[in-house]
Design a binder for this molecule. Structure first.
Ligand code: ADP
Ligand code: MG
Length: 225
């Protein structure tokens, strides 16, 4: 069997206080390539901390994180940024688009320093926008789009570099039910094409769509049957 895409071993993340908070407590999980995983748990239970560690935005205080077979603990910040750019896409609840840049510029952004030639960058960005059904919005500013459209732009930006792992933190938290279903369907198409998908959510219907569900409570994680 090939090694898992993601492997956390006895990961603890403490935030020094006072009072000190242990946001994750000895978490061990493996995710195989191509999995579709939801993570549920009450507010403050450690979900975002977990996603930030998986995304190399944060580091464990104790324990190991292996990504695509390689230990990440010894990487410096530049190396972590490089791995992130190559392997990982993020989608957040609040979209985090650049408000004064066009939709196309937002999707181009992750490739700016990638060494990909300009014409190729534009072609990839246009393909990503086509994929999310927003080709007709490429010259619009984010503020002129609906919430669902903004999140689809964020998805295009997240996948434009062809990541293996897509991490979404409450991606439907600002969307109505119908729009959130559209965004989840889009994620599921990407997963069907092979991307490994991790979705944090408060929404039971969203969580139930995944093929594996994890629950975090008070910094500890378990598979939900
Ligand atoms: P969730 O996403 O499940 O709501 P978080 O992972 O954001 O929870 O937070 C888990 C716990 O860690 C909370 O008690 C939170 O206050 C604490 N925490 C998160 N980030 C920090 C930080 N940067 N500094 C101090 N405490 C933090
Ligand atoms: Mg959170």
């Amino acid at each position: 069997m090939s090694s898992p895409l993601v492997e956390l071993r006895d990961v603890t993340r403490s935030f020094p206080g006072p009072p000190e908070v242990q946001a994750l407590k000895g978490v061990s999980i493996s995710l195989a390539e191509g999995e579709y995983v939801s993570i549920v748990g009450p507010s403050g239970s450690g979900k975002s901390t977990m996603l930030n560690i998986l995304g190399l935005l944060d580091r464990p205080s104790v324990g190991e994180y292996r990504l695509a077979g390689s230990l990440t603990g010894d990487l410096d910040d530049d190396q972590r940024a490089a791995v992130r750019a190559r392997f990982i896409g993020f989608v957040f609840q609040a979209f985090h688009l650049m408000p004064r840049r066009s939709v196309l510029d937002n999707v181009l952004m992750p490739m700016l320093y990638s060494g990909v030639p300009r014409a190729e960058r534009h072609e990839r960005a246009r393909r990503a926008l086509e994929r999310v059904g927003l080709s007709h919005r490429e010259n619009f500013l984010p503020g002129t789009l609906s919430g669902g459209e903004r999140q689809r732009v964020a998805v295009a930006r997240a996948v434009v570099s062809g990541p293996k792992l897509l991490l979404a933190d409450e991606p439907t938290g600002s969307l109505d039910q119908r729009t959130s279903g559209e965004v989840m369907s889009l994620f599921e198409e990407l997963n069907a094409d092979g991307i490994t998908l991790v979705v944090i959510t408060h929404d039971r219907d969203v969580a139930a769509r995944a093929t594996r569900s994890l629950r975090i409570s008070d910094g500890r994680i378990e598979d939900v049957a």
